[in-house]
Write a protein that binds this ligand. Structure first.
Ligand code: GDP
Ligand code: IMO
Ligand code: MG
Length: 422
Protein backbone atom coordinates (compact mmCIF):
# COMPACT_ATOMS: atom_id res chain seq x y z
CA UNK A 1 0.00 0.00 0.00
CA UNK A 2 1.27 3.48 -0.88
CA UNK A 3 2.02 6.11 1.74
CA UNK A 4 1.03 9.74 2.00
CA UNK A 5 3.85 12.24 1.53
CA UNK A 6 3.46 15.55 3.33
CA UNK A 7 4.53 19.11 2.57
CA UNK A 8 4.34 21.53 5.47
CA UNK A 9 5.78 24.83 6.64
CA UNK A 10 8.50 24.90 9.32
CA UNK A 11 8.30 28.60 10.19
CA UNK A 12 5.44 31.10 10.60
CA UNK A 13 3.77 30.36 7.26
CA UNK A 14 4.32 31.77 3.76
CA UNK A 15 7.39 29.60 3.24
CA UNK A 16 6.36 28.88 -0.38
CA UNK A 17 4.26 25.74 0.15
CA UNK A 18 1.95 26.47 -2.81
CA UNK A 19 4.84 26.77 -5.25
CA UNK A 20 6.43 23.49 -4.17
CA UNK A 21 3.16 21.53 -4.09
CA UNK A 22 2.61 22.64 -7.70
CA UNK A 23 6.15 21.59 -8.65
CA UNK A 24 5.82 18.15 -7.02
CA UNK A 25 2.23 17.40 -8.12
CA UNK A 26 3.25 15.61 -11.36
CA UNK A 27 4.69 12.82 -9.13
CA UNK A 28 1.30 12.25 -7.42
CA UNK A 29 -2.25 11.22 -8.29
CA UNK A 30 -4.01 13.02 -5.43
CA UNK A 31 -3.30 16.29 -3.60
CA UNK A 32 -5.15 16.94 -0.33
CA UNK A 33 -5.31 19.94 2.01
CA UNK A 34 -5.53 18.75 5.62
CA UNK A 35 -6.12 21.84 7.80
CA UNK A 36 -6.57 25.61 7.86
CA UNK A 37 -8.90 27.54 5.64
CA UNK A 38 -8.94 30.80 3.72
CA UNK A 39 -6.43 32.27 6.18
CA UNK A 40 -3.92 30.59 3.86
CA UNK A 41 -2.64 32.31 0.74
CA UNK A 42 -0.58 29.99 -1.48
CA UNK A 43 1.03 31.70 -4.46
CA UNK A 44 1.91 29.91 -7.69
CA UNK A 45 3.62 31.37 -10.73
CA UNK A 46 4.07 29.77 -14.13
CA UNK A 47 3.87 30.79 -17.80
CA UNK A 48 3.89 34.46 -16.77
CA UNK A 49 0.69 34.06 -14.70
CA UNK A 50 0.29 34.35 -10.93
CA UNK A 51 -2.44 32.64 -8.86
CA UNK A 52 -3.24 32.79 -5.15
CA UNK A 53 -5.08 29.82 -3.64
CA UNK A 54 -6.75 29.93 -0.24
CA UNK A 55 -8.84 26.80 0.25
CA UNK A 56 -8.26 24.92 -2.99
CA UNK A 57 -5.24 22.58 -3.04
CA UNK A 58 -2.22 23.71 -5.06
CA UNK A 59 -2.34 20.57 -7.22
CA UNK A 60 -5.17 22.03 -9.27
CA UNK A 61 -3.00 23.39 -12.09
CA UNK A 62 -1.25 20.17 -13.06
CA UNK A 63 -4.11 18.82 -15.23
CA UNK A 64 -6.03 15.69 -14.42
CA UNK A 65 -5.01 15.28 -10.78
CA UNK A 66 -7.53 14.68 -8.04
CA UNK A 67 -7.64 17.43 -5.40
CA UNK A 68 -9.29 17.03 -2.02
CA UNK A 69 -10.31 19.46 0.68
CA UNK A 70 -10.03 17.27 3.77
CA UNK A 71 -12.12 17.09 6.94
CA UNK A 72 -9.56 19.15 8.88
CA UNK A 73 -10.15 22.21 6.68
CA UNK A 74 -12.67 24.99 7.40
CA UNK A 75 -14.48 26.42 4.37
CA UNK A 76 -16.01 29.82 3.76
CA UNK A 77 -18.49 29.28 0.92
CA UNK A 78 -18.22 32.93 -0.19
CA UNK A 79 -14.44 32.90 -0.48
CA UNK A 80 -14.46 29.42 -1.98
CA UNK A 81 -16.85 30.57 -4.67
CA UNK A 82 -14.74 33.65 -5.47
CA UNK A 83 -11.63 31.46 -5.72
CA UNK A 84 -13.29 28.81 -7.90
CA UNK A 85 -14.87 31.41 -10.21
CA UNK A 86 -11.54 33.17 -10.65
CA UNK A 87 -9.94 29.86 -11.63
CA UNK A 88 -12.82 29.07 -14.02
CA UNK A 89 -12.26 32.45 -15.71
CA UNK A 90 -8.68 31.49 -16.39
CA UNK A 91 -9.81 28.18 -17.92
CA UNK A 92 -9.51 25.88 -14.89
CA UNK A 93 -12.77 24.02 -14.38
CA UNK A 94 -12.64 22.37 -10.98
CA UNK A 95 -15.92 20.50 -10.86
CA UNK A 96 -14.44 17.19 -12.06
CA UNK A 97 -11.13 17.57 -10.21
CA UNK A 98 -12.09 18.76 -6.76
CA UNK A 99 -13.68 16.75 -3.96
CA UNK A 100 -14.74 18.13 -0.59
CA UNK A 101 -14.98 16.21 2.67
CA UNK A 102 -18.47 16.07 4.15
CA UNK A 103 -16.80 16.45 7.53
CA UNK A 104 -15.06 19.76 6.76
CA UNK A 105 -16.54 22.55 8.87
CA UNK A 106 -18.27 25.64 7.49
CA UNK A 107 -17.29 29.21 8.30
CA UNK A 108 -20.52 31.19 8.76
CA UNK A 109 -20.81 34.97 8.29
CA UNK A 110 -21.18 35.31 12.07
CA UNK A 111 -17.85 33.47 12.58
CA UNK A 112 -16.12 36.31 10.74
CA UNK A 113 -17.89 38.81 13.03
CA UNK A 114 -16.84 36.83 16.10
CA UNK A 115 -13.22 36.83 14.89
CA UNK A 116 -13.34 40.64 14.66
CA UNK A 117 -15.17 40.97 18.00
CA UNK A 118 -12.68 38.75 19.88
CA UNK A 119 -9.76 40.65 18.39
CA UNK A 120 -11.31 44.01 19.38
CA UNK A 121 -11.91 42.68 22.90
CA UNK A 122 -8.23 41.69 23.25
CA UNK A 123 -7.12 45.31 23.03
CA UNK A 124 -3.32 45.49 22.95
CA UNK A 125 -3.03 41.67 23.10
CA UNK A 126 -4.47 41.19 19.61
CA UNK A 127 -3.34 38.09 17.69
CA UNK A 128 -3.50 39.93 14.38
CA UNK A 129 -5.65 37.23 12.79
CA UNK A 130 -6.51 37.20 9.11
CA UNK A 131 -10.10 38.06 10.09
CA UNK A 132 -11.51 35.06 8.23
CA UNK A 133 -13.37 33.51 11.16
CA UNK A 134 -10.85 30.68 11.58
CA UNK A 135 -10.62 30.65 15.41
CA UNK A 136 -14.39 30.83 16.05
CA UNK A 137 -15.08 28.08 13.48
CA UNK A 138 -12.57 25.67 15.03
CA UNK A 139 -13.90 26.63 18.47
CA UNK A 140 -17.39 25.56 17.38
CA UNK A 141 -15.98 22.33 15.98
CA UNK A 142 -14.27 21.41 19.23
CA UNK A 143 -17.20 22.51 21.40
CA UNK A 144 -19.47 20.34 19.23
CA UNK A 145 -21.50 23.23 17.87
CA UNK A 146 -20.08 23.36 14.34
CA UNK A 147 -21.82 23.04 10.99
CA UNK A 148 -20.30 20.65 8.50
CA UNK A 149 -20.36 20.49 4.72
CA UNK A 150 -22.50 17.34 4.98
CA UNK A 151 -25.14 19.33 6.89
CA UNK A 152 -25.86 21.29 3.72
CA UNK A 153 -27.49 18.14 2.33
CA UNK A 154 -29.49 17.45 5.48
CA UNK A 155 -33.25 18.08 5.60
CA UNK A 156 -32.54 19.75 8.98
CA UNK A 157 -30.28 22.42 7.41
CA UNK A 158 -33.01 25.13 7.55
CA UNK A 159 -33.01 24.75 11.36
CA UNK A 160 -29.28 24.19 11.95
CA UNK A 161 -28.19 27.53 10.47
CA UNK A 162 -30.49 29.84 12.49
CA UNK A 163 -29.59 27.98 15.70
CA UNK A 164 -25.87 28.58 15.12
CA UNK A 165 -26.49 32.19 14.09
CA UNK A 166 -28.58 32.92 17.21
CA UNK A 167 -25.87 31.50 19.45
CA UNK A 168 -23.24 33.66 17.75
CA UNK A 169 -25.42 36.75 17.92
CA UNK A 170 -25.89 36.46 21.64
CA UNK A 171 -22.08 36.38 22.07
CA UNK A 172 -21.66 39.35 19.72
CA UNK A 173 -24.23 41.30 21.72
CA UNK A 174 -22.53 40.47 25.00
CA UNK A 175 -19.30 41.85 23.54
CA UNK A 176 -21.13 45.00 22.41
CA UNK A 177 -19.98 44.39 18.83
CA UNK A 178 -21.84 46.38 16.14
CA UNK A 179 -22.32 44.64 12.81
CA UNK A 180 -24.59 44.19 9.83
CA UNK A 181 -24.39 40.87 8.06
CA UNK A 182 -27.51 41.06 5.88
CA UNK A 183 -25.52 41.37 2.64
CA UNK A 184 -22.86 38.87 3.71
CA UNK A 185 -25.57 36.38 4.64
CA UNK A 186 -27.28 36.78 1.26
CA UNK A 187 -23.96 36.08 -0.47
CA UNK A 188 -23.31 33.12 1.82
CA UNK A 189 -26.60 31.39 0.95
CA UNK A 190 -25.93 31.89 -2.77
CA UNK A 191 -22.38 30.60 -2.35
CA UNK A 192 -23.63 27.55 -0.47
CA UNK A 193 -25.69 26.61 -3.56
CA UNK A 194 -22.53 27.03 -5.63
CA UNK A 195 -20.57 24.82 -3.22
CA UNK A 196 -23.18 22.09 -3.61
CA UNK A 197 -22.18 21.67 -7.27
CA UNK A 198 -19.01 19.97 -6.07
CA UNK A 199 -18.68 16.36 -4.97
CA UNK A 200 -19.02 15.97 -1.22
CA UNK A 201 -17.25 12.77 -0.21
CA UNK A 202 -16.23 10.65 2.75
CA UNK A 203 -12.67 11.74 2.14
CA UNK A 204 -11.16 9.33 4.67
CA UNK A 205 -12.45 6.42 2.56
CA UNK A 206 -11.61 8.21 -0.66
CA UNK A 207 -7.96 8.66 0.35
CA UNK A 208 -7.44 5.26 1.96
CA UNK A 209 -9.05 3.54 -1.03
CA UNK A 210 -6.78 5.54 -3.34
CA UNK A 211 -3.72 4.32 -1.39
CA UNK A 212 -4.96 0.73 -1.46
CA UNK A 213 -5.36 0.98 -5.24
CA UNK A 214 -1.73 2.09 -5.52
CA UNK A 215 -2.38 5.80 -6.11
CA UNK A 216 0.06 8.26 -4.58
CA UNK A 217 -1.12 11.07 -2.31
CA UNK A 218 0.50 14.38 -1.35
CA UNK A 219 -0.84 16.20 1.72
CA UNK A 220 -0.55 20.00 1.58
CA UNK A 221 -0.26 21.96 4.79
CA UNK A 222 -1.25 25.54 5.43
CA UNK A 223 0.38 28.02 7.86
CA UNK A 224 3.53 26.71 9.56
CA UNK A 225 4.74 24.75 12.58
CA UNK A 226 5.35 27.87 14.68
CA UNK A 227 1.66 28.76 14.19
CA UNK A 228 0.48 25.32 15.36
CA UNK A 229 -2.11 25.55 18.14
CA UNK A 230 -0.13 23.13 20.36
CA UNK A 231 3.51 23.71 19.42
CA UNK A 232 3.55 27.26 18.05
CA UNK A 233 4.15 30.53 19.87
CA UNK A 234 0.84 30.26 21.77
CA UNK A 235 -1.42 32.25 21.98
CA UNK A 236 -0.10 33.94 18.82
CA UNK A 237 -0.97 30.97 16.64
CA UNK A 238 -3.74 29.76 14.38
CA UNK A 239 -6.43 27.36 15.63
CA UNK A 240 -5.45 24.12 13.88
CA UNK A 241 -2.69 21.52 14.03
CA UNK A 242 -0.41 22.58 11.23
CA UNK A 243 2.12 19.86 12.08
CA UNK A 244 2.43 16.38 10.57
CA UNK A 245 0.07 14.87 13.15
CA UNK A 246 -2.61 17.13 11.61
CA UNK A 247 -2.42 15.01 8.44
CA UNK A 248 -3.71 12.02 10.41
CA UNK A 249 -6.64 13.87 11.96
CA UNK A 250 -7.27 16.16 8.99
CA UNK A 251 -7.45 13.42 6.36
CA UNK A 252 -8.09 10.20 8.27
CA UNK A 253 -4.65 8.76 7.58
CA UNK A 254 -3.10 6.32 10.07
CA UNK A 255 0.34 7.40 11.39
CA UNK A 256 2.03 4.38 9.76
CA UNK A 257 0.72 5.58 6.39
CA UNK A 258 2.86 8.74 6.46
CA UNK A 259 5.79 8.55 4.02
CA UNK A 260 8.17 11.40 3.22
CA UNK A 261 7.76 14.59 5.23
CA UNK A 262 8.97 17.58 3.23
CA UNK A 263 9.65 20.53 5.52
CA UNK A 264 9.77 23.92 3.81
CA UNK A 265 11.62 26.96 5.11
CA UNK A 266 12.76 30.29 3.76
CA UNK A 267 16.51 31.00 3.78
CA UNK A 268 15.52 33.77 6.22
CA UNK A 269 12.41 34.16 8.34
CA UNK A 270 9.13 36.08 8.20
CA UNK A 271 6.07 36.47 10.36
CA UNK A 272 2.78 38.28 9.75
CA UNK A 273 0.54 39.31 12.63
CA UNK A 274 1.52 39.73 16.27
CA UNK A 275 3.65 37.53 18.50
CA UNK A 276 7.27 36.92 19.42
CA UNK A 277 9.94 36.57 16.71
CA UNK A 278 13.46 36.17 18.19
CA UNK A 279 15.49 36.93 15.03
CA UNK A 280 13.33 39.82 13.82
CA UNK A 281 15.27 42.71 12.26
CA UNK A 282 14.16 46.28 12.83
CA UNK A 283 16.86 47.84 10.66
CA UNK A 284 17.65 48.40 7.00
CA UNK A 285 18.51 44.72 6.51
CA UNK A 286 14.99 43.80 7.60
CA UNK A 287 13.60 46.38 5.18
CA UNK A 288 15.74 44.94 2.38
CA UNK A 289 14.47 41.40 3.03
CA UNK A 290 10.92 42.77 2.95
CA UNK A 291 11.28 44.79 -0.24
CA UNK A 292 13.45 42.35 -2.25
CA UNK A 293 11.39 39.37 -1.04
CA UNK A 294 8.06 41.20 -1.68
CA UNK A 295 7.08 40.22 1.84
CA UNK A 296 3.46 41.33 1.89
CA UNK A 297 0.62 38.98 2.86
CA UNK A 298 -1.03 37.16 -0.05
CA UNK A 299 -4.41 37.32 1.78
CA UNK A 300 -4.39 40.52 3.79
CA UNK A 301 -1.67 42.55 2.03
CA UNK A 302 -0.08 43.16 5.43
CA UNK A 303 3.67 43.80 5.60
CA UNK A 304 5.46 40.69 6.82
CA UNK A 305 8.01 41.13 9.60
CA UNK A 306 11.45 39.86 8.48
CA UNK A 307 14.53 38.47 10.20
CA UNK A 308 17.40 35.99 9.98
CA UNK A 309 17.02 32.24 9.73
CA UNK A 310 16.48 30.71 13.18
CA UNK A 311 18.01 27.22 13.42
CA UNK A 312 16.84 26.72 17.01
CA UNK A 313 13.25 27.05 15.81
CA UNK A 314 13.93 25.11 12.60
CA UNK A 315 15.38 22.13 14.47
CA UNK A 316 12.37 22.16 16.81
CA UNK A 317 10.02 22.10 13.82
CA UNK A 318 11.98 19.27 12.19
CA UNK A 319 11.69 17.25 15.41
CA UNK A 320 7.94 17.80 15.86
CA UNK A 321 7.19 16.84 12.26
CA UNK A 322 9.71 14.06 11.67
CA UNK A 323 10.96 15.90 8.58
CA UNK A 324 12.82 13.61 6.17
CA UNK A 325 13.72 16.18 3.46
CA UNK A 326 14.19 19.93 3.59
CA UNK A 327 13.15 22.43 0.96
CA UNK A 328 14.82 25.85 1.06
CA UNK A 329 13.05 28.82 -0.53
CA UNK A 330 13.90 32.38 -1.50
CA UNK A 331 17.70 32.25 -1.14
CA UNK A 332 17.81 34.57 -4.17
CA UNK A 333 16.44 37.37 -1.98
CA UNK A 334 19.84 37.60 -0.26
CA UNK A 335 21.91 37.61 -3.50
CA UNK A 336 23.46 41.00 -2.73
CA UNK A 337 24.02 40.61 1.00
CA UNK A 338 27.63 40.92 2.26
CA UNK A 339 26.94 38.88 5.39
CA UNK A 340 24.20 36.40 6.19
CA UNK A 341 23.44 35.51 9.77
CA UNK A 342 21.87 32.38 11.23
CA UNK A 343 20.74 32.01 14.85
CA UNK A 344 22.25 28.79 16.21
CA UNK A 345 21.41 29.18 19.91
CA UNK A 346 19.55 31.50 22.30
CA UNK A 347 20.82 33.17 25.44
CA UNK A 348 18.07 33.27 28.04
CA UNK A 349 18.71 34.94 31.41
CA UNK A 350 22.45 34.58 30.81
CA UNK A 351 22.37 30.86 29.89
CA UNK A 352 22.87 29.43 26.43
CA UNK A 353 20.36 26.94 25.00
CA UNK A 354 19.80 25.34 21.66
CA UNK A 355 16.29 24.23 22.58
CA UNK A 356 13.14 26.13 21.65
CA UNK A 357 11.80 27.19 25.05
CA UNK A 358 8.26 27.27 26.47
CA UNK A 359 8.19 31.01 25.94
CA UNK A 360 10.19 32.95 23.36
CA UNK A 361 9.01 36.25 24.82
CA UNK A 362 11.07 38.32 27.19
CA UNK A 363 14.82 38.33 27.78
CA UNK A 364 15.95 36.14 24.90
CA UNK A 365 18.99 36.93 22.77
CA UNK A 366 19.69 34.95 19.59
CA UNK A 367 23.35 33.95 19.16
CA UNK A 368 24.45 34.11 15.54
CA UNK A 369 26.87 32.37 13.20
CA UNK A 370 27.88 34.60 10.28
CA UNK A 371 28.33 33.56 6.66
CA UNK A 372 29.96 35.40 3.82
CA UNK A 373 27.34 36.35 1.20
CA UNK A 374 27.52 34.72 -2.24
CA UNK A 375 27.10 38.09 -3.99
CA UNK A 376 25.81 36.79 -7.29
CA UNK A 377 22.46 36.03 -8.88
CA UNK A 378 21.21 32.54 -8.02
CA UNK A 379 18.14 32.84 -10.22
CA UNK A 380 19.92 31.54 -13.30
CA UNK A 381 21.24 28.38 -11.57
CA UNK A 382 19.55 25.14 -12.56
CA UNK A 383 21.70 22.53 -10.81
CA UNK A 384 23.38 22.32 -7.42
CA UNK A 385 26.83 22.31 -9.03
CA UNK A 386 26.15 25.71 -10.60
CA UNK A 387 25.72 27.35 -7.20
CA UNK A 388 28.63 29.44 -5.91
CA UNK A 389 30.79 27.88 -3.17
CA UNK A 390 29.66 30.43 -0.55
CA UNK A 391 26.03 29.45 -1.11
CA UNK A 392 26.81 25.73 -0.96
CA UNK A 393 28.58 26.35 2.36
CA UNK A 394 25.36 27.92 3.71
CA UNK A 395 23.24 24.96 2.54
CA UNK A 396 25.67 22.35 3.83
CA UNK A 397 25.90 24.07 7.22
CA UNK A 398 22.11 23.82 7.54
CA UNK A 399 22.24 20.14 6.56
CA UNK A 400 24.95 19.42 9.12
CA UNK A 401 23.18 21.30 11.92
CA UNK A 402 19.78 19.72 11.27
CA UNK A 403 20.92 16.29 10.10
CA UNK A 404 18.39 16.46 7.23
CA UNK A 405 19.25 16.84 3.52
CA UNK A 406 18.16 19.98 1.66
CA UNK A 407 16.68 18.26 -1.39
CA UNK A 408 14.95 21.14 -3.16
CA UNK A 409 16.21 24.70 -3.51
CA UNK A 410 13.99 27.43 -4.93
CA UNK A 411 15.64 30.51 -6.43
CA UNK A 412 12.63 32.45 -7.72
CA UNK A 413 8.82 32.43 -7.64
CA UNK A 414 8.37 30.64 -10.95
CA UNK A 415 7.73 26.91 -11.24
CA UNK A 416 10.91 26.62 -13.33
CA UNK A 417 13.13 28.33 -10.77
CA UNK A 418 13.46 25.17 -8.72
CA UNK A 419 16.47 22.89 -8.29
CA UNK A 420 15.73 19.31 -7.29
CA UNK A 421 18.85 17.47 -6.11
CA UNK A 422 19.24 13.77 -6.67
P1 GDP B 1 2.79 29.80 1.06
O1 GDP B 1 1.70 30.41 1.84
O2 GDP B 1 3.70 28.96 1.90
O3 GDP B 1 2.34 29.07 -0.17
O4 GDP B 1 3.70 31.03 0.55
P2 GDP B 1 3.15 32.43 -0.04
O5 GDP B 1 2.65 32.20 -1.40
O6 GDP B 1 2.26 33.11 0.92
O7 GDP B 1 4.50 33.28 -0.03
C1 GDP B 1 5.62 32.91 -0.75
C2 GDP B 1 5.94 34.05 -1.72
O8 GDP B 1 7.26 33.91 -2.20
C3 GDP B 1 5.06 34.06 -2.97
O9 GDP B 1 4.88 35.38 -3.38
C4 GDP B 1 5.88 33.28 -3.97
O10 GDP B 1 5.59 33.63 -5.32
C5 GDP B 1 7.28 33.71 -3.61
N1 GDP B 1 8.33 32.72 -3.82
C6 GDP B 1 8.27 31.36 -3.65
N2 GDP B 1 9.49 30.82 -3.83
C7 GDP B 1 10.34 31.83 -4.10
C8 GDP B 1 11.76 31.91 -4.33
O11 GDP B 1 12.48 30.92 -4.30
N3 GDP B 1 12.27 33.16 -4.54
C9 GDP B 1 11.51 34.28 -4.56
N4 GDP B 1 12.10 35.44 -4.78
N5 GDP B 1 10.19 34.25 -4.34
C10 GDP B 1 9.61 33.05 -4.10
P1 IMO C 1 -0.15 30.30 4.68
O1 IMO C 1 -0.83 28.97 4.48
C1 IMO C 1 1.16 33.37 7.50
C2 IMO C 1 -1.34 34.00 11.06
C3 IMO C 1 -2.08 35.31 11.18
C4 IMO C 1 -2.12 35.45 12.69
C5 IMO C 1 -2.32 34.01 13.16
C6 IMO C 1 -3.76 33.65 13.46
O2 IMO C 1 -0.31 31.26 3.56
O3 IMO C 1 1.26 30.08 5.12
P2 IMO C 1 -5.89 33.16 11.94
O4 IMO C 1 -6.59 34.00 10.91
O5 IMO C 1 -5.38 31.85 11.41
O6 IMO C 1 -6.70 32.99 13.18
O7 IMO C 1 -4.60 34.03 12.37
O8 IMO C 1 -1.84 33.20 12.11
N1 IMO C 1 -1.60 33.25 9.80
C7 IMO C 1 -0.71 33.14 8.80
N2 IMO C 1 0.51 33.70 8.63
N3 IMO C 1 0.68 32.51 6.58
C8 IMO C 1 -0.52 31.92 6.75
O9 IMO C 1 -0.98 30.95 5.91
C9 IMO C 1 -1.30 32.27 7.87
N4 IMO C 1 -2.52 31.91 8.32
C10 IMO C 1 -2.68 32.49 9.50
O10 IMO C 1 -1.37 36.35 10.56
O11 IMO C 1 -0.85 35.87 13.15
MG1 MG D 1 0.90 32.28 2.31
Amino acid sequence: MKKVDVILGLQWGDEGKGKVVDVLTPRYDVVARFQGGPNAGHTLEFCGEKYVLRSIPSGIFQGGKTNIIGNGVVIDAILFRAEAEELAKSGHDLTRQLFISKKAHLILPTHRMLDAAYEAAKGSGKIGTTGKGIGPTYTDKVSRNGMRVGDLLSPDFPEIYPRAKARHESILQSLGFQYDIAELERQWFEAVEFLKRFWFVDSEYFINDSLAEGRSVLAEGAQGTLLDVDFGSYPFVTSSNTVCAGVCTGLGIAPNRIGEVYGIFKAYCTRVGAGPFPTELFDQTGDRLCSIGHEFGAVTGRKRRCGWLDLVALKYSIMINGVTQLIMMKSDVMNDFDTIRVATAYEIDGSRTSEFPYSIDGDLKPLYTDFEGWKCDLRGCRSYDEFPAAFRRYVEFIERETGVPVRIISVGPDRDETIIRN
